[in-house]
Ligand binder design. Structure first.
Ligand SMILES: Cc1cc2nc3c(=O)[nH]c(=O)nc-3n(C[C@H](O)[C@H](O)[C@H](O)COP(=O)(O)OP(=O)(O)OC[C@H]3O[C@@H](n4cnc5c(N)ncnc54)[C@H](O)[C@@H]3O)c2cc1C
Ligand code: SF4
Length: 327
């Protein structure tokens, strides 16, 4: 049986109190939202903080609604409530689909959209029990000094495996963070880094408060596609989100595609817009975009499914997304 270490659980009543607790116990504390990722990771002794600060009950992190030209989502809203919200279904369907495709019903009820954005990276040599990792000699990311994916490498390249982040990148979202230094906003495009140990540009004492998504231009079409082993509780082997605007003659005005599961952060797939702009999404154009996406994609060998097969599946997901958006 995997046991949890002992820790003190704090339930702050306000955002300010949560920030104060994170600062007071700095170096030995972590925020916890739904706990669907953090608790298993603690059981694997990947994190052993002496203090946990609960975020799910904070009123400042709740609510989904329109604010000016944006849709604002509180970071502590559950994945299930984002997926089922009529506003999200109507205006941001790829985000609703991404949230609805995450793990299973119980985890979607507990897991939050903020926890999804702050999700730790995953690697087949890291997301294991302490005993398993000890037998391997640990790795760079935790307790060791070698990487088993890039031998002799000096940097961790574990995979970003969160689904909602990919959709939010095609939607131009920005993230509101709060900490001892006050509040700030950062475009989601600038939020992630290539460091597999800590892949986000936020201080350990900062809290993700909310996500703001500009209302899409009318007529924009969206798609979210996910490759997983079974159609149930599985992290993505690759996920892909797309947003496409067509003119009155169904010609592509803009196309944005973002994929993740291949490296430490979700990436825009370059040059796909060049292959599509000004054209209808017919079979030849779809094939050309799929080919471009294949050329741009290089999954790392850090999850337990063959990287060449995962790469070969990228054009399949691209075709599905474009066909769905072409109607
Ligand atoms: C079996 C299983 C299958 C899963 N499948 C998927 C999947 O298919 N796709 C997917 O994307 N995820 C998957 N997950 C991961 C997880 O359930 C979700 O990503 C979920 O959204 C995480 O949210 P949470 O609130 O539970 O985060 P927590 O576990 O509470 O926290 C995760 C991390 O984020 C930090 N954090 C949480 N909220 C905040 C905040 N507001 N500000 C600052 N830091 C914060 C925590 O400190 C922690 O480091 C799966 C998990 C399990 C156990
Ligand atoms: S990529 Fe290397 S260092 Fe990072 S978690 Fe995997 S084995 Fe460890």
């Amino acid at each position: 049986m995997l046991r949890l270490h002992s820790y003190e659980y704090h339930r702050p009543a306000s955002l300010d109190e949560a920030i104060e607790l994170l600062s007071r116990h700095s170096g030995d504390v972590m925020p916890i939202a739904g706990g669907t990722d953090l608790v298993p990771n603690m059981k694997h002794q990947l994190f052993t903080p002496g203090h946990l600060v609960a975020l799910r009950g904070l009123p400042e992190l709740k609510g989904i609604g329109e604010e000016g030209g944006s849709i604002r989502l509180g970071a502590a809203e559950s994945l299930a409530s984002v997926a089922a919200h009529p506003l999200i279904g109507e205006l941001l369907p790829s985000l609703a689909d991404a949230c609805a495709d995450i793990s299973g019903p119980q985890l979607r009820r507990m897991g939050t959209i903020g926890g999804n954005l702050c999700l730790d990276t995953r690697c087949t040599y890291y997301n294991q029990t302490f005993f398993w990792r000890e037998a391997l000699g640990f790795c760079l990311k935790k307790d060791g000094d070698d990487c088993h994916v890039v031998r002799g490498g000096t940097r961790c390249v574990a995979a970003h495996s969160a689904d909602a982040a990919t959709a939010l990148m095609t939607l131009g979202a920005s993230l509101e963070l709060a900490g001892q230094a006050g509040r700030r906003s950062i475009p989601i495009e600038d939020f992630f880094t290539s460091d597999g140990v800590w892949n986000r540009r936020m201080e350990p004492g900062e809290i993700l408060v909310a996500i703001d998504v500009p209302k899409p231009i009318a007529g924009t079409r969206f798609s979210f596609q996910k490759l997983r082993i079974r159609e149930s509780i599985d992290f993505p082997l690759i996920n892909l989100a797309a947003a496409c605007r067509l003119d009155g003659q169904e010609r592509v005005e803009s196309l944005c595609m973002v994929a993740s599961g291949m490296g430490a952060y979700p990436r825009k797939i370059g040059k796909v817009e060049d292959a599509a702009r000004g054209n209808r999404l017919d079979a030849a154009v779809i094939e050309s975009v799929a080919h471009q996406a294949f050329r741009q994609s290089h999954p790392l060998d850090n999850i337990a499914v063959d990287k060449d097969w995962r790469r070969a599946m990228v054009p399949v997901l691209v075709r599905r997304a474009l066909e769905a958006m072409a109607g």
